[in-house]
Every structure is written in C-alpha cells, then in structure tokens.
Write a protein that binds this ligand. Sequence first.
Ligand code: HEM
Length: 418
Amino acid sequence: MTDDDRDHRERGKRGRGPALSRRSLIAGVAGAAGLGVGATAIARSADSAGASVHGGDVIEFYGEHQAGVTTPPTAHVNYIGFDLAADSERQAREALAGILRVWTEDAARLTRGAPALADSEPELARVPARLTVTVGLGPGSFTRTGLEGRRPRWLHPLPAYPIDRLDERRWPQTDLLLQICSDDPITVAHATRVLTSNVAGRIRLRWVQRGFRNARGSQDEKVTMRNLMGQVDGTVNLGPGDFDTLVWDDGGEQPWFAGGTSMVLRRIAMDLDRWQELDPASQELTVGRRLSDGAPLSGGGEHDDPDFDKLVDGLPAIPASSHIARARHRTPAEQFLRRGYNYDDPPEPGPDGVLPISNSGLLFAAYQRDVDTQFAPVQARLAEHDALNEWTTPIGSGVYAILPGARRGQALGQSLLA
Ligand code: HEM
C-alpha cells in the first residue's frame, strides 16, 4: 500500500465503524499466503502480455463536452438513476450543487486512475481502463430546485407509445443519471460504489442498469458489436463530422447548456425464447440485414447503403416493415447517435414462481441535440409499426440533459447553478 493509498483509505473509512483486532483477523484468514502467490502470478502475466494490457488507458474527463458520449464505447457500463432526497426547493438546489461538486472532483480523479477523495478501496482506482463518468439531469432536477426556467425545452417524458410496457416502479424516470463506462467491470463497480456512497445522504438510489458490449481485445475495435438477438447492431450511426450539428447543443435556446446534449435511455426486453423459434431467413427479413455480416438484404457489404427500391421476385428485398426501413431517417434532422449496451441479468421469477430462461435485452441509449425533433419522430414511427416489435418490449424509459463538460477548476453544472 502506498502512502497515497493509505491516506485515501483513512479518509474513506474514518469513523464508519468499529476497528477489528489484528488477532481476530489473523485467526480468520488461514490460507491467506495463497492469495499473495495468486496476486504475484497475475502481475507477471500482465507484464508478459505487454501491449495487449489496456488498463492504463485514460479518457480525459475535462473539456467542452463530457466524455462518454462521442468517445468510443467501452466494454461495460452502469447506468445509475437517483432522485434528489430533499424537501424544500432550497434544500434540493443546495443538494444538487453539492452532488455535482463531489461527482466532478471524484470523476476527475477516478478517470485518470487516482483514488477519489473519500475512497475506501483506493487500490481499485488504479486501473481506469478508459473509465468515463457522465452526468445527466432529469426533469426533476429542474422542477424540484426552482430552475424550471433553465430546463431545456425537450426535457420532458416521451409520449406514451402503444408498444410500451413501462415498469414505472422498477425503472422510473429519475432526477439524476450517472453513466459509468470502462473496459474493466471491477473499475465500473468501484466507481459506482464510490460515486454513490460519497453523496449518499443527498440522494435516493432508484436503479442500476448494467450493460456490456464485446470484451476489449476479443475482436478488432472497428468490428460492429452484436446484440443478443445475434444481429450486427450499430452499423448506421453518426460520425465525428455530425457531432457539432446533431449532438452538441450550441446554447442557442439555453445559453448555460452550450456543449451539452440529451440522452434517451430505453430499457428494451428481448423475447429470445420466441425469437429463437424463428428461422434465420425470417429473422433477417425482420431487420432488413443479413445475420452473417450485417449487410443490407439488397446486397453489398455491411457499410453499403441499403437499396429500399430493389425487388427480388417482384417483392422488396428489404421489407417496408423491417426495422431498418422503419428506423431510417426521413429527413436529415431525424438522426441521432446510438451507443447502446446489451443486458443479460439473472432471470427473475414470474407470478407463478417459475424462472424464465433469460432476462436479456438492450439498454438503448440515443444522444441528440433535440429529443423532440430528432429522436421522437423515429420512435413514433417504430411504435406505429416495426416487424421487430413482435420480439422486443420497452420496459423502462428516461430522458436526461447531459451537462456541458467541466473545465479544469470548474464543477459540472456550474453554468446552470450560477
Ligand atoms: C431491442 C431493440 C432494438 C434492436 C434489437 C435494434 C437492432 C437494430 C439493428 C440490428 C439495426 C441494423 C444495424 C445498424 O444500422 O445498426 C438497427 C438499426 C437502427 N436502429 Fe435499431 N434496434 C432496436 C431499437 C431501436 C430503437 C428504439 C430505435 C430508435 C427509436 C432504433 C433506431 C435505429 C436506427 C435509426 C437504425 C439505423 C437505420 C438505418 O438508417 O439504416 N432502434 N437496429
């Protein structure tokens, strides 16, 4: 343990509980010597792996925009929803300011591989593995704090769609959102624990949604991920040339929000048992793309444009009801950045006490300047009709204002609270 670690450990644990005696600990850990041997072995194998070790990779926290939106998606994510625990407007506003100060300070440290200010496990902070911490505010952060006049126009619940089966008790819209991404799930767990416990008195935790993509290094970074239905997912997406026009806010409506964006988070359950009964050709017609490589059914490779007019035996190669035909933007404005993750949680017993085979789906995350004009028309079209709807069900939904980035020495949300 370094002096720095010891310092953080002391601060993190100070006054939290009774100290254990050395004797009782020694008696309880027969075989601890074996742990030491294991740790050495791990360190050595990492050394010999050389260039393939990514734990030290850092994504800069400070900047005009928050990281975690247009930065490359990492292997793991936790989305965490909180409500403000305060009675009066004044208390809620003070709590919000305090939370944002703590999160800024802690996130700036953790993302560069340093322990947070009160970090009870500082050893776990040393492997950032591209850790990003992204903070979003739900409508309640404005209405409950007297900041209604500064709420972005589009920050309101989405319309109720006929496909929705939202479980408002389990996955409600929340006042605050943390998005924690890293290639190492231990880092995600540690950052989640630290950022949550350091503001524990001021928030009520509502949910944690855990997601994953391919493990880093399991395939080339340029390969598009697959979702748990087996499809190549994420082929058509915005690129760096689109971010300033379609993702980042320019402060035109709410000057304090320049550099921010919006996020829609939809928890979409997949009925994999029924999907698996469908033959592969029908599965492909449902999406409009080939399962093997994600190419459009009109031909070509994954990144070739789909030809929605092409006929095969007199019928459209890509059915008009397929997911890509329905989801495709009708105007340039109807575009957004998709950056979703899979989820595969332990099955939960149904009313009859029986466990289903799986509890899987997509944590669909979309980022755009304006939810109402970019995201909502596409979602409305899919809700009206999309062949995929037969096997997918939205069960959670939230809209968040992703705060502008913090400059060094500033706190997130400073322009809002000024
Ligand atoms: C579990 C739910 C969903 C699954 C399994 C799914 C899967 C896919 C797949 C496999 C593709 C084709 C590859 C690609 O371009 O990424 C795709 C494309 C797309 N999806 Fe989804 N998707 C889901 C939900 C949604 C939702 C909720 C929206 C928006 C409201 C959406 C919007 C899009 C868009 C805009 C495209 C690109 C269409 C194009 O221009 O070709 N998807 N999706």
